[in-house]
Design a protein around this ligand. Structure first.
Ligand code: SF4
Length: 375
């Protein structure tokens, strides 16, 4: 009998990018050796396949920290306070509602509630808060409580994380943000935040959220003690879960700032490194539809450039931010008008979206007034 062996042709990484073929873990690691412009060109090519229209999106949102009290002592965190600190706080429901009123006044559509692990708060604080927001602002999407907060509430109340998610969803929670992932590798997590949930738990809670119809986002914070291979391992774990659930609407990455933290001696990542990571994320996460820039941590100007390195979304205007700014980052806050101008200046058309990444308004260019000039 004739033995016929068929072998798949092997393609270079560039050919695989053009063909839309999935990159292996080893190939993904080798992207760190590709020059930055080539990497950006490849990532922008994949972005165009996913988002052919020359549009960059943003959301009008507000981040609200309901408490800064936390018992988890993450080494990179400059935001939290222990319960007896003079500036420790818990926001009342009325305070939260007043701040959301300001969001609604500028046509905002999303609120992100995020806080420390505060043992004095019981389940009814979270459910009362959600119900109050739902009742008074039915038009606002509540995108809140990262997996570590869900885990904390469950341990505090003797409930499973799935039970907590179901209770919060019933009270008004609509989707779960991907905060607290940092780098989803045990070695890194054990150094950076040893008392916070392990990577497998973070992924497990996201899977549970997706299983009951709550969509999610995935994040990455890089530039501390992790290796390049561990950054790729993080992306692989996100990609693997996304294959299973399809629940991640977007991926968001930013680099650490270490001022005001016990890690102040570490060297922070550079702008080129950020663009490289954005491009690598676009190329590796072939199943996550949206990629956000991180203007708050990386600067507004670099965020504009990232729109040519694979990103298609500028994130939110935030209105208020306390976690990143506690580390000493002084990026001025963003207005909707500035966001529109920043996007327009990249040659793309700005579009306001909702939390589900559905476009709610496109800001077409204003007709230009013709200014005659003599040569
Ligand atoms: S990062 Fe979150 S969990 Fe960690 S110390 Fe800060 S507030 Fe607490």
């Amino acid at each position: 009998m004739l033995n016929v062996t068929t072998s798949r042709p092997t393609f270079s990484i560039e050919e695989k990018v053009i063909r839309g073929e999935r990159l292996t873990q080893e190939e993904s690691c080798s992207l760190f050796n590709v020059d930055l412009f080539t990497l950006g060109r490849w990532a922008d090519f994949r972005r165009k396949v996913l988002h052919p229209e020359p549009i960059a999106t943003f959301v009008v949102d507000r981040n609200l920290n309901y408490t800064n009290v936390c018992n988890t002592d993450c080494k990179f965190c400059a935001f939290y306070r222990h319960p007896t600190a003079p500036d420790a706080y818990v926001r009342s429901i009325e305070e939260v509602l007043n701040r959301i009123q300001e969001l609604v006044e500028i046509d905002g559509t999303q609120v992100l509630l995020q806080g420390g692990h505060n043992s004095s708060l019981r389940l009814n604080y979270y459910t009362d808060l959600l119900k109050a927001i739902r009742t008074r602002f039915p038009q606002v999407h509540i995108h809140s409580f990262s997996p570590s907060e869900i885990d904390f509430i469950g341990r505090r109340e003797g409930l499973t994380s799935l039970e907590v998610l179901k209770i919060l969803k019933e009270a008004g929670l609509m989707s779960v943000p991907g905060g607290g992932a940092e780098i989803l590798v045990d070695r890194v997590k054990n150094y950076m935040s040893p008392y916070k949930i392990q990577p497998s738990r973070w992924l497990g809670i996201m899977e549970e959220a997706n299983s009951i119809g709550l969509h999610t986002t995935a994040t990455m914070v890089y530039g501390a003690v992790e290796s390049k291979e561990e950054r790729i391992e993080h992306l692989m774990r996100i990609r693997e879960l996304q294959d299973k659930t399809g629940g991640f609407k977007a991926f968001i990455l930013w680099s650490y700032s270490f001022s005001n933290t016990p890690l102040f001696h570490l060297t922070e990542a550079t702008g080129s490194e950020y663009l490289r990571m954005v491009a690598i994320a676009r190329l590796v996460l072939d199943n996550v539809p949206n990629l956000q820039t991180g203007w708050l941590t990386e600067s507004k100007r670099l965020a504009q450039v990232a729109l040519s390195y694979g990103a298609n979304d500028m994130g939110g205007i935030l209105m208020e931010e306390n976690v990143v700014s506690a580390t000493g980052i002084k990026t001025p806050m963003m207005t909707k008008e500035e966001m529109i101008r920043l996007i327009r200046d990249t040659g793309k058309t700005p579009a306001q979206r909702n939390t589900r990444y559905e476009i709610v308004k496109i800001f077409h260019d204003k007709p230009r007034t013709h200014t005659p000039f003599a040569l």
